[in-house]
Design a binder for this molecule. Sequence first.
Ligand code: PLP
Length: 372
Amino acid sequence: MFDNFEVPQNLIPSDPRFGCGPSLVPVQFLEALTKTGHHFMGTSHRKPGVKNVVKEIQEGLVKYFNLPSDYLVVLGNGGATLLFDMIALGIVEKKATHYTCGEFSEKWYKSSKLVPWIDTEQVAVAFGKGINGAAVPGSDLIAVTLNETSTGVQLSKLPVVDSNTILAVDATSGGGQCPCDISKTDIYFFSPQKVFASDGGLWVAIMSPKALARAKKIAADKSRYVPDIMNWTNAITNSEQNQTYNTPALATLFMMNEQVKLMNMIGYEEVKNLAQKKADLLYGWAESKPYLSCFIEEKEFRSVAVATIDVDSKVNVDDVIKFLEKKKLVYGIDGYRKLGRNQFRISMFHNISYNDLEKLTGLLSKMIESKL
Ligand SMILES: Cc1ncc(COP(=O)(O)O)c(C=O)c1O
């Protein structure tokens, strides 16, 4: 469909990666990893060479998020999906309430629901709508998703919970960039292949004293069978020693550490400001073109990490995407497949520059307009 389209040179982004995860890993991280030569990859995660990187990540996150001194940065293998099960198995006492608004929040609810010894309640809104959640009498864990990657909805306010209730926040794709006061949460968790520009397979859970106490209390209940890989005591005690329970991917840790250092150079406030500017650019673009519209109509819920933009059915986004991928100019702007919409889903993660988003929107406009 676009075979004869001439790409304007001034609209070619400096980096083609606009995906929502795995996300753009800066080339300089890969170069820095190469420079470690014989002294990092292939060494033991129980020795200082790797443990110091884990320690730097933990301390870097404490600084970046300005965490209360009694919060602990816990790490393990398996990604955020593993935490869905770990939280249901080892943190929920009797009942969890899940607020869902898309594919990932539903997935978390569904895995919780499978655990036979707890009750799991779902409070859902349609995909494309936002929901902030609230405490529920009888629920000892409230589950919300900071940024619903499938739809591009972010929380606009955190639920307030009492001292007996755990507030668990899936911050996988919004963590580090979407506004959130972590001191008001009990488990704020993410995988590092989004804003933290690393690779998948790792999980990070920032835990409050209340969450640590709950994990300990439930671990004492020997009637629950929890596999060792999902055992909170194993995860917590290893993290206290700057280690993971089982062998981690060292390159993932290295790249994440580079990103935490990079983000700490400007700080969380500035990262949030930059994200808001990029969001204003993308949603402003969508609102200014008659052939585009913002999928998320409620402005307060529009994500500053993932923008979802519907396109007039006269132009098939798959043709646009295929052309740009074939030319190696743009990767990863497809809508979430199960939504089945004629939609671009564009990441605004920290390493994706404002200038490149400007070029991308210019290029997409030109391509679409050439067909209208
Ligand atoms: C909001 C959200 N939660 C959880 C996950 C699952 O993360 P992982 O694939 O690292 O297990 C994702 C992955 O994209 C996500 O976007």
